[in-house]
Design a binder for this molecule. Sequence first.
Ligand SMILES: Nc1ncnc2c1ncn2[C@@H]1O[C@H](COP(=O)(O)OP(=O)(O)OP(=O)(O)O)[C@@H](O)[C@H]1O
Length: 598
Amino acid sequence: MTSEVMTNGKKKLDPGRTTGPTLTDLFSNLQRASNLPTTDEELAFLNDLLQSKELNALVNIHNKILTNVDRKSCRFFPIPILSDSMQVLSDVLEVLLSRPAMSPDCKELFLMLQRPHLQGLLCAHDSVAQKDYYPHLPDIPVEEDDSEETVKIVQLVKSNEPLGATIKTDEQTGKIVIARVMHGGAADRSGLIHVGDEVVEVNAISVEGKTPNDVLTILQNSEGTITFKLIPAESKGNVRESKVRVRAHFDYNSCNDPYIPCKEAGLDFKKGDVLHVVCQDDQYWWQARKEGDRHMRAGLIPSRALQEKRIVHERSLVGSEEEENGLCPVSVVPEDGLTCSPKPTPCLIVADTAKNKTKKIIYETAENDDFDRELIATYEEVAKLYPRPGLYRPVALIGPPGVGRNELKRRLIDTDPEKYRTPTPFTSRPIKPGEVDGKEYFFVTREQMEEDIDKGKFIEYGEYKGNLYGTSAENVKDIVSAGHVCVLNPHYQALKILRTPQLKPYIIYIKPPSLEVLKDTRMASHARSTFDVNNSRGFTEDEFKDMIKHAERIEFLYDHFFDETIVNDDLVTAFGKLLAAVNRVETEPLWVPAAWVQ
Ligand SMILES: Nc1ncnc2c1ncn2[C@@H]1O[C@H](COP(=O)(O)OP(=O)(O)OP(=O)(O)O)[C@@H](O)[C@H]1O
């Protein structure tokens, strides 16, 4: 891979002071130029041009801009101080929205910021600041003269701001060229340096035959003004910023990445961070900023394609290592019961509300198999979903059996049974005396249930003692449209069916604490095992261990689906966190898959 070097991190462009040209001076000079070796035709053309209304109007505008620029701040050009004022607006709206009560001033601001005219103005400001201009005009055709090469001179003065461009040796020509211009950096904002520009000289020193590092040394040793002599690239490339936001599903540290073309240009991030990807032009290296980060300059991150390749490679290494050790190469996480079966047979547990006990149903997971998952989670495109009054997102508690999802759900519903509801399950078992259809269960025939299962109407389903049980997606939608918060604790394999644009669930992973804490807390509260239908007894040591093994497996397979994780160590603390999470979902704009808000 070609390495790139960040051009001196302490230089900034000096656009220079331009005095307003006076056309009158030029015109009178032209009158005196009749003795120059030019044709009458050329003189007549210049004469007309200098007197033309259009040119005069343009020069007037130019001079007005120059005289109105803020001289106190020593700015020669009006450079935007930020390019994401719409983001600032939405942040302010969020802050205002989260206030329990609004003062009249806050209310006025809230209403003002929501006005389309103001938002339109800020959008236009951001577009100009990001140079997001339409239409994209083709480059002005230049009549080529083979005997001459166009050269541009760019002067830089020292500053603490990095230039935001990298250089490399062109593999074909061996020349030093600008490899990358970081979006929002000084070079990009100047509009004077472009990808592909050939560096000819730095401070009058020819760079011919030099390496990018040699050039960097010249730059580092230079003081004061630095002059670049560049041969412009044929095409200036597309400078428009993309608006894509992604959630990262892995940690990234550019210092540990041997392949990044320029470490100084890298952007580090953590799993779960939301990134604004501003440029995806390079197949392997995207440019991005962290969402909410006010820094204008973007950094390099591995593209989705590159990260996927890396993960596949890493897994193949782990797979072959395991094969060598006589272990199963199918998966890199501990399988249930440490078997290598690619088809575990998980338990679906349905609460029998009639008798307030739990039932276990073994179900075949042919279609809903773990291995049918999206294997490589890298980035997920996201967008903000604003809370809709009276239309709440369902909350799904996911976790290994026995971790406490039912307990947390029960406590949540108890706080306000009118607001928090859980869907009534369907069953094919015959109705018993005293039961009411639609209360404990919806009682339907086996044929009807099988047909609905085939049509994909159930979020989860299973069989117990010859009868089918299941939770229907329609039922969840009904609860939501009736203005309740639907609380679910489905089997983790139901996630893929549940996580749809129609249902928009907020997924909370209930994680067991360490084995020691798990044992201590459950024993202290005389917790009842959910693994034994007939006997109410405490958890066994093996059940605790299985719970943790199960949790590791769920995390490996599904953690990219989780909006939040709550460790269920101390029950009161965990429940407090659940209440806070549920409140957030109801009141705050949150990141969701982009497809959900389109
Ligand atoms: N943090 C905790 N500390 C102590 N006991 C707890 C805690 N959380 C849950 N328990 C207890 O653990 C037992 C199992 O909890 P619960 O039935 O909620 O598990 P579950 O995740 O719903 O499991 P399943 O899916 O198998 O029904 C219950 O007796 C519950 O009161």
